[in-house]
Design a protein around this ligand. Structure first.
Ligand SMILES: [Zn+2]
Length: 131
């Protein structure tokens, strides 16, 4: 289970809406599955179907997380036109099996947010608790 404070939940949905029709991406930091902070990153691909984070921006976030003694809890990105389920590319690009993959789908009028853990052989749906 991943716990996300309501203001951060709202902020990542807003980020998805702002970038639509392109995918957005970002990092959620915190401790023990509880998110404390969101970092918006630029989608280097500028694509409606895939994303990648700029290494320099990612490095800056990692440095900041270290300064605050926080861990990377999740990587989030949006699916402007498709269901909130990891795409083939998402599975290929899932380098951190211990990190949640949060997907914000804008396919329906009301955004749907889902969390997963993507392992080598399986994808696990994880519960999101908005706190
Ligand atoms: Zn995706």
């Amino acid at each position: 289970m991943i716990r996300i404070p309501k203001p951060i939940y709202i902020a990542i949905v807003e980020h998805a809406r702002k970038e639509s029709p392109l995918e957005c991406c970002g990092i959620l930091s915190g401790k023990d599955g509880a998110v404390q902070r969101a970092f918006e990153l630029r989608n280097e691909e500028q694509s409606p179907v895939r994303y990648s984070m700029l290494p320099q921006e990612q490095l800056k976030v990692f440095e900041e997380m270290e300064r605050e003694s926080l861990d990377m809890v999740a990587i989030y990105h949006s699916h402007p036109h498709t269901l909130p389920f990891p795409s083939e590319t998402d599975v290929e690009m899932a380098f951190y099996p211990e990190v949640f993959s949060v997907i914000i789908s804008l396919k329906e009028e009301n955004p749907v947010v889902k969390a997963f853990r993507i392992g080598k052989y399986a994808i696990y749906l994880e519960e999101i608790e908005v706190i």
